[in-house]
Design a protein around this ligand. Sequence first.
Ligand SMILES: NC(=O)c1ccc[n+]([C@@H]2O[C@H](COP(=O)([O-])OP(=O)(O)OC[C@H]3O[C@@H](n4cnc5c(N)ncnc54)[C@H](OP(=O)(O)O)[C@@H]3O)[C@@H](O)[C@H]2O)c1
Length: 248
Amino acid sequence: MKKFSNKVAIVTGGNSGIGYATAQALVKDGATVVVTGRRKEAIEKAAAEIGALPVVADQSSLSDIDALVDHVREQHGKADILFINAGVLGESTLIEEAAEVNFDNVMDINFKGAYFTLSKFVPVLADGASVVVLSSIMANVTKAKSSIYQASKAALNSIARTAAVELAPRKIRVNIVSPGPTKTPVLANSGWDAATVDAYYEKAAGEVIPLGKLGEAEDVAKLVSYLSDDAASFITGSEFVIDGGMTL
Ligand SMILES: NC(=O)c1ccc[n+]([C@@H]2O[C@H](COP(=O)([O-])OP(=O)(O)OC[C@H]3O[C@@H](n4cnc5c(N)ncnc54)[C@H](OP(=O)(O)O)[C@@H]3O)[C@@H](O)[C@H]2O)c1
């Protein structure tokens, strides 16, 4: 028996970065893992590589969430592990320069999408299930040019804590994982060019992060896997910062 044998896991945004690494870890530990993403080709490729099951879904679309939940109910009957990970950084601008289209995109994915993914999965979650939301240290950091992203993750943390209270009677645990800078395609996906990404990483590892290195997606995956396991059965409503000491 492996740790997650007979467990059904859902990983939103599973074709890249932290979602990919976590889906891979859950599969290795015996779970049946459904991964989602908007890009059909990318999600099918990732699923084939790691032995997961692909579902094309835009987590900011309520009809896509409904279809995903119906699919999981019909194919698997329940979900034991829900990892709400899909997210975007959006544009980095001052508040006075903010564009409505960026506000809506970031909030629709990181906040509204995460909220309704959780909301609509509740009836399908098995008693004793684990929910982990992927937040960010930015939820509790005040930094210029990041107001919308910071607010989207702060809102996510608020939802997670309320959900922990609401779902505790069913022994469903809800926890928050908040990484610092972690090497994934997220910056490139937000339009940063390679030289800017490299310079940011070099500065972060060299000057900003006490442990002197960036996080790896696998570091975060191990934490999510731990929180998804019965070993964490007394942990709910907690936030876990994984940032090499950056916010100390
Ligand atoms: N990397 C970091 O330094 C860092 C730090 C703190 C927090 N985070 C958070 O970690 C999470 C994962 O980020 P990552 O670094 O792994 O980034 P990534 O490599 O860019 O992966 C993001 C994933 O989310 C999916 N996604 C984005 N929008 C989606 C939507 N509307 N519906 C479904 N899937 C969607 C993407 O797939 P498609 O494009 O195919 O949809 C992709 O699989 C995000 O919530 C991010 O805010 C990252």
